[in-house]
Write a protein that binds this ligand. Structure first.
Ligand SMILES: C[S@@+](CC[C@H](N)C(=O)[O-])C[C@H]1O[C@@H](n2cnc3c(N)ncnc32)[C@H](O)[C@@H]1O
Length: 300
């Protein structure tokens, strides 16, 4: 019996498995990147998508599988771990659900979406509910190949889309670890004013944006100051970053925090636990994250 299932990002099955094991969530089998558990759903940070109500069904044909899914709800997304051809035949019998790339700052889809797979030729696993509003947890955008100086901007686009809130004109933002300036470009393009702090210089095009003030300094040297948004993409040990975030929260100076936590080699789960324990915080692995997690935090 499957009580919950967790879709790992490509190549990040290990941190997901370690996280679940630490939390006492058993993994009975892997189906491709999907970890199957007999336990109730756990709010995993590393899973791209959590199947929160999976049920197994014996199926005798493509048609019985499609009928069974359609009888439950309209919108389904498929995870094809095995039996790709048979799954494609079933999908052909289901209403088309377009996984269209978003045009930022377009909001995330709100329509109800489930997930299914074939565990075997005649064994369907279907979850009418899941944690991500995106098929396979993949938040895709129409990319901008001209404005931003690096692809890191996609992480902030995704974080803001998941938060469902955006900085705008009149908002003060502090961007720590800003160079070459992808995140600063996102914030300034939304009309917010940005202090961009890095030991390295910004791309000159970004530094010249009227909303941007460049500060060449260490992120850790910045005393907390009143800001609407603190965003941080600094490369640093997770424990050091946690101390920085805790200092800013304790000072009561900031309304919203978006912070990437980067791991090198082994995943520092103890530090991740520290971020996860922050009241009003949400720790998640974004589709555009590598061996990273993202903290979304808001003041009460
Ligand atoms: C992944 S890059 C940031 C990319 C950026 N968010 C963007 O969108 O272009 C990490 C940055 O952290 C900076 N960094 C590392 N240690 C730092 C520190 N102590 N203070 C400030 N910046 C630091 C590096 O110079 C680098 O530019």
């Amino acid at each position: 019996m499957v009580g919950s299932a967790y879709l790992a990002a490509e190549g990040l099955e290990q941190p997901l498995l370690e996280e679940l094991t630490r939390a006492g969530v058993a993994v009975s089998a892997w189906h491709g990147r999907l970890a199957l558990s007999p336990d109730p759903p756990y709010a995993s940070a590393w899973a791209l998508d959590i199947w929160t109500a999976p049920r197994e069904h014996a199926i005798t044909s493509v048609k019985t599988a499609a009928d069974l899914l359609r009888a439950q709800q309209r919108n389904w997304s498929a995870y094809a771990g095995l039996h790709h051809r048979r799954m494609a035949l079933i999908a052909d019998h289901l209403p088309l659900v377009r996984a269209r790339a978003l045009r930022f700052p377009e909001p995330a889809p709100t329509s109800h979406l489930g997930a299914w797979t074939l565990l075997d030729r005649d064994r369907l696993l279907a979850s009418p509910t899941k944690s991500s509003p995106f098929a396979l947890g993949e938040c895709r955008f129409e990319e901008d190949h001209i404005g931003p100086p690096s692809r890191a901007y996609l992480k902030l686009w995704e974080a803001l889309t998941r938060l469902g809130e955006y900085p705008g004109p009149g908002d003060r933002c502090l961007d720590l670890g800003a160079a070459p300036g992808g995140w600063t470009w996102v914030l300034a393009s939304l009309g917010a004013s940005v202090r961009a702090v890095d030991k390295a210089p910004l791309d000159p095009r970004i530094a010249a944006m009227p909303e941007v003030e460049q500060v060449i300094d260490s992120a850790f040297a910045m005393p907390p100051e009143p800001v609407d948004w603190l965003v941080c993409d600094v490369i640093a040990y997770p424990a050091r970053l946690l101390a920085l975030v805790e200092r800013w929260i304790a000072a009561g100076a900031v309304r919203r925090i978006i912070c990437t936590i980067k791991f090198q080699g082994n995943t520092d789960h103890a530090a991740a636990d520290g971020f996860a324990a922050l009241p009003n915080g949400r720790l998640m692995h974004l589709f555009h994250n590598k061996h990273e997690l993202t903290l979304l935090w808001h003041k009460q």
